[in-house]
Each structure stands twice: as C-alpha cells, then as structure tokens.
Design a binder for this molecule. Structure first.
Ligand code: ADP
Ligand code: ZN
Ligand code: ZN
Length: 845
C-alpha cells in the first residue's frame, strides 16, 4: 500500500516534483490527479498529485494536509501531457498543470465544517478563546463552509484552529468544490413593434427634455429602418440613447426588447442563407468524392484496435483550400469518435472569429458541445470544465486552451487553421498548442487532424518526411474557381500621378461592387507597418550591408515600442538599425537606387482607409474592424453580424479578417498594401505574409456571385506576392523551403529563443551576455558544433512597456536539449531567473 504521493506543487518559481506522505485519514482517498494542499516552507500551498509512490525520494517527508475535491482535477492522460510539455517546452511542471485547471479553482475549493458526534472530544478539553468561539458558532448555526465562517472571524486565523480541532476529533471537515452558478449569456435586442406610421405619430411625445427627446427619436428612427432584431449596442451607437431610453420606448409599446442567447443572435441572419442551410444540421449532406477519399483514411485510423497495433498513430494534415469542405470532415470524424464512445476536441483560432464553424457543430451535436472562449465568465468556464470532467460533453470547441478540457476519454482532436499564430502562447508559459495536440492525441491513442489552406512550412514538411499523412482537398465546393487576383504595381500608380491609398483599379472595382449592391473587404496588414522603410518610387527596401537584414526605424529611447514614427520628430530620430548585428545608419534623404526622395517608413491606419472610402464614395456604409473598434465586449460578434446582415457595404479590417470567415456577399477583396510585413527581420515573415494574403484572398467569391481580389504592392515581383496572387501554395512552399534550407532555419534546424527584459538597457545586455557565455561553454564542452548561437542582440521590438529586450537564439538539431537535465537549468531560467525561454519560437522579433 503506497502511502506517499509525488506532487506538482503550485509555486510558479519551482521546477521539480515533491514527495509527501499521506496521513492515515487521507489514505485510500487520494490518488493521481487529486487537488490537495501541502505545507511548503512556511506556507500552505496547493498541488496536484502526479502519482502514488512506495518510496519517497527524500528521507523526511511532510504530510499532505487536505484533499480539496473528491474527484481528480486532471486525468491520467493530462498528467502525462503536462509532464511531456514541461520537458519539451522547458517550463515548470506546475505551470503546465495550471493550464489544465480552470482559473480560480483553488480559490473556489472550500471545506465544510461540522461539530463531530464525539462528545468526549469536546467535554474533556480546555479550549482557547478562538476554539470556543468556533465551536459555539457551529453549535449555533450548524455546519458551515469556510467562507461563511470567514465572515464571523475578521482578522483571525481560525483555519489553523479548525485544523487542530479536526485532529483532536472535536470537528469534522469535508472538502468541497461548490457548484457554479450558471448564467447563460444573453444579448439584448430591440425591434420596432408597431407600423412605422404609428411610431412617427408618437415622435414628439417621447420625452420631456430636448436631450432625451432627441435621443429617443433617433433610436426610434433607427429601429424604423431596421426590420429585424438589432443588438441594442448598435442602437446606442447609432442614436446615443441608453437602456433607460429603450425601456421607456418599450414601456410605450413602440418597440420590444428581447434577450437572446449570445450564440444564436449573431448568426441568425446568415442562417437563413441557402448555402448555410445546406451544411447546417443536415445529416444527409453527400460528401464529394474528394471529401470521401479523405474521410475514408481518417475513419480507418479510428479502427485501431489497440495502441500497439500496426496502424501508425500520426496526425493527418488536411490540406484544403478555403471552402473545400474541411469542417465537414471534422464533423464526420467527431461523429465517428462519439460512435466509439469517446469525446472530441476541436481547436479553432478564436471562437468569436469562427462563429460559422461553431454554429455547425452546435447544429450537428445538439446539447453535446461545450464552448470555451475568452469571453466566458469564470463561472461559465468552470461549469464547462466540470461537465467535461463528468463526460457530459462530447465535443469541446475553443481556442488553444480548449485542448486542456478534462475529457475522460479523448478519441479525436482537430486543429482547424493549424498554421494560425494564435495556437502559440506567446506569454509564459510558452507552448504551441498544435505540437501539444499532436502529442496529446498520441498519448490518448486518438486521431488527430491538422487542417489548413496554408499549413506552415514545418507542418507541410512533416508530411513530406512521413511524420504526418497529407490529405488534399484542392477545390472549393461552392465555387470551385478561386477568385482571380489582380496585382497592382503601386510604383506605376505613383508615376502616373496617383498619390492616394487606392490604385485606379481598386477604385473602379469598389465602384462596381457598390453599384451592384454587393460587399467589399479592404484588408490592411498592420504587422510591423510603422517600421518598414522603403522607396515608394522603386520599391527598394533598405538592408544591412553586413547581413542583408532589412533595416528598421530606430526606436527613440523616450518612446515605447511598437514605435509610431509618425509621432516622432523627424530631425533627430531618423536612424535606421539592423537588429541582427547592430549596424546603424542615418535615414537617407534619397533612395540609393533611383534617387527619389520618396523613401520613408510606412504607416497607415484603418481610420485613414475608412476616411478615403467615405470621401470617394459618400453613400457607402463603412464598418471598421480593428483593435480600436473591438475593445468593447462582444464587438466581434456585433461587427460580423452587421456586416453579414448587409448593414454595411465595405468592411475595413486588419488580421482578424484572415481567420476563416464565410461571407457570401463579398465579391471584392482589396489588399491595400500586400508587402507590409514582408521585410521584417524574421525568418518567418514571408510565411506569415503568404498565409495572411492567401487567407484574405479566400474571403472573396465564396458564393455563386463570384468575386475577385485587387492586391496592391510595391514589390510585384516578390515570390510571396506572386505565389499568393496565383493561389499557389506549392510554388511558395518550394521557394520558401529552399530558402530555409540555405539559411538553416526550420524545418532544417530547430530554434530556441531566450529573451531577457529589464528597465535598464545595460542590465538587459549584461545578463544576456552572461547567459550567452555560459551557453557557449556548454556547446564547447558537450562538443555540439552543429549548434550555433545567434546574438546576444537587442530584439527587433527593442523596448516594450518600458523594458529593454535582449535575446539569444540557439539553432541546431536539438538546441533545447542543451538546457535539459542540468538540474532543471532550462526550466529554472524561466521559473525563477526572469528569462523567457521559447522552444520552437514562431517569431524572432
Ligand atoms: P472549409 O472548412 O474547408 O473552409 P467548409 O467545410 O466550411 O470548408 O465548406 C465550405 C462550404 O461548402 C460550406 O458552406 C459547407 O456547408 C459546404 N459543403 C461542405 N461539404 C459539402 C458537400 N459535400 N456538399 C455540399 N456542400 C458542402
Ligand atoms: Zn528608389
Ligand atoms: Zn546587420
């Protein structure tokens, strides 16, 4: 009978696993996965039991103090995954276990205290004042939860007293996780409830003060124009009214206010469209032969009788253009998974940006789907977690964190848009959910599908070398022709005297679309815009003479990065810097190639684009979708629903537009400047630009209306632009793979990035120098000549939130192994020494 437990102690600065003994009263109650409290130093902290052991690794063990929940909080498979992730990503185990617990779980745990039945324990004792108070309270009120007792003991540590009384037998305690109070999320909508003439007749009677009157009139007028339910946020925005005003209008029976469950509302409009009804809730949909072929292979993988059978347990790479029916494949695979009595996880970049995928799953698996997303309240999140743990949910859909839902028996994991950057957690603990999903499926013996129109170079290469199995869906289902892409050379526009944001071709195209009553998307690539320096005349980009890295605008010491050079005085700030080798030079007055004075950094916001559209096409209704307009809660849903309901003609947006939306009325996509982001000093810049251009182009022409793309660029000959314009992944892959091979970047090497941040530039530098010296010594002593050290150097975004950033990159066959072992040195760097250690980073900026 093992009476010791190995525990991941939840102290973020710790890296190891610790052994404790089980007191007799907890023996038999505690097993792997249980949440407990343990003494650590002078504190009492929480921990998760990893396993029961016979022999502790230390001579003297302390006892486990308490069990916080009778059910395990993580499954055995999750423990295996957490250990693997901790090792792979060089992160403390406790931080990985923490990813799997709903936030606030520990704080929720409570104990239920009662007077014990054993009178002797009470009668024969002398009690201290606190002890007496506690006993009297429980005598008087009956059993109480710890949190209820707190209210009677301000500033008194009664818990220690209670623990003592439990030990002496005067009290009993039982740990509990109280059930959540679940409130489904609703949005409020408003709708006109009388004929417009009736509303018009009431117009002058709506309020006493001129102010309220005009607000209510504006609100009513707006609703008179809108036949359907409108989210009240929009009424507020349009009219300046508030909820009281609307309630007043409802009171007068001019409008009705409704509460609609949030997941239904934004999608109500599009659900009426034919192309959607075909796919939703309809089990009869006949797969195309392409889909059939792909699915056959996937279904075979579900037949695997046991983990040690011959069928290889590798992931599938479902490489299919946008609209080729990948989601349908995930749905069928999930059905098969459920048929085998198991559960499925579907990862999507972000729920708010992929409502259509979510909607289809909800329709196919009514009552069985759990959604995980950033806007859930803590209580809702906790509820989903509990239902998943009990096996009540069959499908979990959500962003990367959904991978950690405690499903008891996982049979299938899909990662949709697997190239998407959001699967990488870019704050500690760093991890890549795609890598983790592949490993997790292996651990669970489940089927894994990575799906994308633009898999990353590394993902595609995996398939090439037999680490995954590629399934192709090369054609769209609804409109098999990919939209034609017209590449517009902006240098020529400039020559012909057009200094505007839009080329003549884009203006003409917009004009045509608006005349036809269709919709357009204008895409603005904001990544790294402000620091990109180029000649508008000839397209020339300034590069470092020593290492060919694009030079970037110098960051003024007084400002914080990302820089906004348009706000920085020109005279003394025009400095260009190489972020690889530190080379600097003045910003030239003239282009070194063509002599033009049109050389400058690029900076263009979506406001400016919107203003331009409004100036050119006054009647066009524009809608902006960027960081500014999405600060408000549920903004994504609102903007999307309004655009799909055709309450706007032109949607102007940034990266979010690239995430898998299906917008049938969109017949034109304008890419305002395609080459932004291409010239960043990062080996992954080309890939990111190609992805986003391809994905955005894929938004056009998804219905029988057809569509096209106008792509504006200063570098029309660039291979990324060429490949994106031709919807030619294969061409891009070939070129990019070649480039990676030449430069020794992934998949031909692996990277490890170590970043240090400090308020003092000198400290950031010296700390980085120190570690670099240590690493160089290890490389030397372990004779790892194939591992190279890049840096130390300041990061591209050299200052963030007032902190200076320096980094070291290790490149080699397995650079992370250099930090493994060595007494947890790698994990300790991130746990307690302030380093940000990234294994397989997705950006070196
Ligand atoms: P992807 O996930 O690759 O972007 P979807 O699965 O969303 O593609 O499919 C694109 C569109 O085609 C959707 O409207 C979907 O309902 C429809 N669709 C998918 N498979 C079929 C099919 N076999 N027959 C008819 N329509 C289909
Ligand atoms: Zn030039
Ligand atoms: Zn350089």
């Amino acid at each position: 009978m093992p009476s010791f437990a190995r525990i991941a102690v939840n102290v973020p600065s710790l890296t190891g696993e610790f052994d404790y003994h089980l007191p007799t009263e907890l023996e038999g109650k505690i097993g792997a996965g249980h949440l407990v409290t343990v003494p650590f130093g002078k504190q009492t902290v929480q921990g998760v039991v990893l396993e029961l052991i016979r022999q502790p690794s230390v001579v003297e063990t302390k006892p486990v103090l308490d069990l916080l929940d009778p059910l395990p909080v993580v499954t055995a498979a999750q423990i295996t995954l957490a250990r693997w992730m901790s090792d792979y990503f060089l992160a403390p185990l406790a931080t990985m276990i923490n990813l799997m617990l709903p936030s606030g779980l520990g704080q929720r745990a409570d104990a239920f205290y009662s007077i014990s039945g054993r009178q002797s324990a009470i009668n024969n004792q002398q009690f201290t004042a606190t002890q007496s108070r506690l006993l009297n309270l429980l005598q008087e009120k009956g059993s109480l939860r710890g949190r209820q007792i707190d209210r009677h003991f301000k500033n008194v540590d009664w818990r220690k007293t209670a623990q003592y009384l439990v030990r002496t037998g005067a009290l009993t305690s039982q740990s509990i996780l109280p059930p959540p109070s679940v409130r489904p999320k609703f949005v409020r909508t408003a709708q006109l409830s009388v004929p417009p003439e009736v509303a018009e007749a009431e117009m002058s009677e709506l309020g006493k003060t001129a102010d309220t009157l005009s607000r209510r009139q504006a609100a009513l007028r707006f609703l008179m124009r809108e036949p359907a339910d409108v989210n009240v946020s929009w009424v507020y925005a349009e009219s300046g009214c508030n909820l009281t005003d609307l309630q007043e209008l409802a009171e007068r029976e001019l409008i009705v206010l409704r509460e609609t469950e949030i997941w239904r509302d934004p999608l109500e409009k599009i659900s009426n469209m034919e192309s959607y009804n075909k796919g939703w809730g309809n089990q009869e949909l006949v797969l195309t032969s392409m889909q059939e072929a792909a699915l056959d292979q996937i279904l075979c993988a579900f037949q695997t009788p046991s983990p040690d059978s011959q069928i290889p347990n590798y992931p599938f790479l479902l490489h299919g253009v946008t609209g080729s029916g990948k989601t349908e494949i995930y749905i069928r695979a999930a059905q098969e998974c459920i048929r085998h009595g198991k559960e499925a996880i579907i990862l999507v970049p972000e729920i708010a940006l992929t409502p259509q995928t979510v909607r289809r799953f909800l329709a196919r698996f009514p009552g069985q789907v759990g959604l995980v997303h950033s806007r859930l309240s803590e209580g809702e999140r906790y509820d989903t977690w509990r239902r998943a743990r009990l096996g009540q949910l069959k499908v979990i859909i959500g962003p990367r964190s959904a991978l950690f839902a405690p499903l008891p028996n996982i049979g299938f994991i899909a990662v949709d848009e697997c190239h998407d950057g959001s699967y990488y957690q870019s704050e500690p603990p760093f991890y890549n959910a795609v890598t983790a999903a592949q490993e997790y499926a292996r651990i669970c013996g489940g089927v894994c599908i990575l799906g994308s129109a633009t898999p990353s170079i590394v993902q595609r290469y995996q398939a090439e070398v037999g680490e995954s199995l590629r399934l192709d869906l090369p054609k769209r289902i609804v409109n098999p022709e990919m939209p034609p892409v017209q590449v517009v050379d902006m240098r020529e526009e400039l020559k012909s005297g057009n200094r505007g944001i839009f080329s003549q071709a884009l203006v003409d195209a917009l004009d045509e679309v608006l005349k036809k009553g269709q919709q357009a998307i204008l895409f603005l690539n904001r990544r790294g815009t402000a620091t990109y320096v180029f000649c508008r005349e000839c397209g020339y980009t300034l590069r470092c003479p020593k290492c060919d890295t694009p030079l970037t605008y110098h960051v003024a010491p007084s400002s914080s990065v990302p820089v906004k050079p348009e706000h920085v005085a020109q005279e003394h700030r025009d400095m260009l810097l190489c972020h690889r080798c530190g080379y600097t030079r003045q910003m030239p007055k003239k282009c070194p190639v063509c002599g033009s004075d049109q050389i400058r950094q690029y900076g263009l916001g979506s406001e400016k684009v919107e203003a331009e559209v409004e100036a050119l096409f006054p009647p066009a209704r524009t809608l902006r979708w960027d960081r500014e307009t999405t600060r408000q809660k549920d903004a994504h849903e609102i903007i999307l629903s309004h655009f799909t309901a055709h309450r706007a003609d032109v949607l102007i947006g940034t990266q979010m537009l690239a995430k898998g939306l299906d917008l049938p009325l969109v017949t034109l996509v304008g890419i305002v400047l395609a080459d932004v982001g291409l010239n960043l000093p990062d080996p992954f810049a080309a890939e990111r630009t190609f992805d986003v251009l391809t994905q955005v182009s894929g938004r056009a022409g998804r219905s029988s209306l057809g569509g096209r793309v106008v792509l504006q660029t200063f570098q029309p000959e660039h291979y990324v632009i060429q490949a994106a314009a031709g919807h030619d992944y294969a061409a891009f892959y070939a070129r990019e793979l070649d480039y990676r091979r030449q430069l020794g970047y992934p998949p031909f090497s692996r990277l490890l990035r170590m970043e240090y941040r400090h308020v003092q530039a000198t400290k950031a530098e010296s700390e980085t120098q120190g570690l670099a010296a240590k690493l160089a010594k290890w490389i030397e002593s372990e004779d790892r000549r194939e591992t190279t050290l890049i840096g130390p150097a300041p990061c591209f975004f050299s200052r963030l939130n007032g902190l200076y950033r320096w980094q070291i990159i290790l490149r080699g066959p397995n650079p992370a192994s250099l930090l493994r072992g060595k007494n947890f040195e790698g994990a300790a760097l991130s746990a307690s020494k302030g380093w940000r250690v990234e294994v397989d980073p997705v950006s070196l900026l």
